[in-house]
Design a protein around this ligand. Structure first.
Ligand SMILES: [Zn+2]
Length: 266
């Protein structure tokens, strides 16, 4: 059985490699080619090689996407807002990473990446290796690295294997070895990031969705942390509700006193 599989794989890889070599552009990122050649199943097209490369390097993609976004900076007048209407492209929850260029108002149009705002080139690459010039790739709206970064930011649990490796399989919360049931957690919870949104500019904000704010911790430690955070959230909600109530009563008092003043004045 094993022999059959390996014979099948060898035959398939031979075909894929032949197909790849035929369609490979003269200039191609060497690290991507190396990655493709080392795969158990070799991707048969240059585009699939690029996609596979980033998919297997989510932490690198995350770092690059944030660096590219830093080059763009936030558009003038943009602020992190939530919306319920899908049309305007506003995120519906603070759990989604803020992405100004995905919003209708700030979209840069074809040829620009909707995550970082920089130009997209051939094969979804982020650098113009082929000298196609300022035009970029008009059919593309995502860098290949930004697709992977976005996946990591929105579904970090899918990348637990990579994140575990980053912390050498040790639980950050307890210092012991990570167990099979270990879970991905945001060091600073996203509800806090949203609450403190005034303190962080875009794209620095994206770091809270990326590797700098992700940690893998054992399930029991994660449960403890979640309970603590839920309590903290409830307390802050009560505080903000009571301060809103006192603002209302302050407002009533002010209105009442201004009424008095006008009565006195008349
Ligand atoms: Zn991008």
């Amino acid at each position: 059985m094993a022999l059959q599989t390996s014979t099948f794989r060898a035959a398939r890889n031979e075909k894929s490699l032949a197909r790849l070599e035929k369609s490979l552009p003269k200039i191609f990122p060497p690290e991507v080619l190396q990655h493709a050649r080392r795969k158990a199943l070799i991707p048969p097209t240059p585009r699939l090689c690029v996609e596979s490369y980033w998919r297997h390097h989510p932490v690198r993609a995350d770092r690059l996407a944030r660096a590219l976004a830093r080059r763009s900076g936030a558009p003038e007048g943009w602020e992190w807002r939530l919306g319920g209407d899908r049309e305007d492209g506003l995120p519906t929850s603070f759990r989604a990473p803020p992405a100004p260029f995905r919003e209708k108002k700030y979209a840069l149009g074809p040829g620009h990446c909707c995550v970082c705002g920089q130009k997209v080139y051939k094969l979804g690459w982020h650098i113009d290796l082929w000298g196609v010039g300022a035009e970029g790739n008009k059919n593309a709206a995502w860098h290949s690295c930004c697709v992977t970064a976005w996946n990591l930011w929105t579904a970090p649990s899918d990348h637990v294997r990579h994140l575990k490796r980053l912390q050498k399989n040790k639980c950050i919360a307890t210092g012991v070895r990570l167990l099979k049931d270990a879970e991905v957690d945001h060091r600073k919870p996203l509800f806090k990031v949203w609450r403190e949104r005034g303190d962080h500019a875009w794209p620095d904000l994206l770091g809270f969705w990326g590797a700098p704010n992700l940690q893998v911790i054992n399930r029991a430690a994660h449960l403890d942390k979640s309970v603590r955070e839920t309590g903290e959230r409830a307390r802050s909600r009560i505080l903000s509700e009571s301060s809103a109530e006192s603002a209302v009563s302050d407002g009533d008092a002010l209105q009442a006193s201004s009424g008095l003043l006008s009565i006195n004045g008349s």
